[in-house]
Design a protein around this ligand. Sequence first.
Ligand code: GAR
Length: 266
Amino acid sequence: MAKRIRIGALISGSGTNLKAIIDACRDGRIHGDLVFVGADRPEAPGFRWATENQIPTFCVDYRDIIRQYREKPEQVPVPGPGDLEASISRQQIFPATASADRVRAFFTTRLAAERQLLAKMAAYPFDLLVLAGFMRNLTPYFIDSINTDLMHPRIMNIHPALLPAFPGIDGYGDTFRYGCKVGGCTVHFVDYGEDSGPIIAQKSFVIRPADTLETIRRRGLEIEWKLYPRCVQWFAQNRLQIERVTHALSGGKRHVRTIVRLLPSS
Ligand code: GAR
């Protein structure tokens, strides 16, 4: 029997994926327990699932920090000397052509917020951090603080599209507006880019002519609630193995990629 893992969660919204994971922990589909739920805004409705289940909660209000930066940028404290520069040089969210001021503002505010997040999370040791509708990009500073072993990433995310198609904030909306005939969701480990980390599992569904954005969102979420707990359980069972692979692509380029291999259950 796999050991019970300690799971931390970050949310922004209704937290129905958080609820699916809490339920799976309770009924034995996940050998683990939630040890905290954090959010980027105090009114996140998903806090209720934590409160109902006596799981500790905290919030770091990102909007306050962003507002403070607009008014008094010099008063927004970033973690340590060099952390801002190091994050900016390793990030893969903005292209090289992005305005330096914009990138600097983004990373200053995110690092300030993440410094507070990490301080609050330090009270609750955890094995796995799940992003359950957490609508904030994480920086290399935060990711590296958690992923101390590159071969054992510990931050998982669920995204409402079949990545690498439609990263960003509105996966189902983008899928629908593009006219896709198949939609789906992806669970992946988080890396320095936007929804670009190694894929753990995906599940698709057919989009019918009568479907609307609403029906696609609803059907997609129902699939998410099954897929995410399954991936968390694979992590608990130590079945997610990281591999670095190099492929030769057509055109002669080489492509190095980190992938996840699902090991058979023992
Ligand atoms: C889910 O559809 C999740 O895939 C998506 O937000 C929704 C959260 O719902 N996440 C992202 O878009 C992350 N980029 P929930 O709060 O009810 O779990």
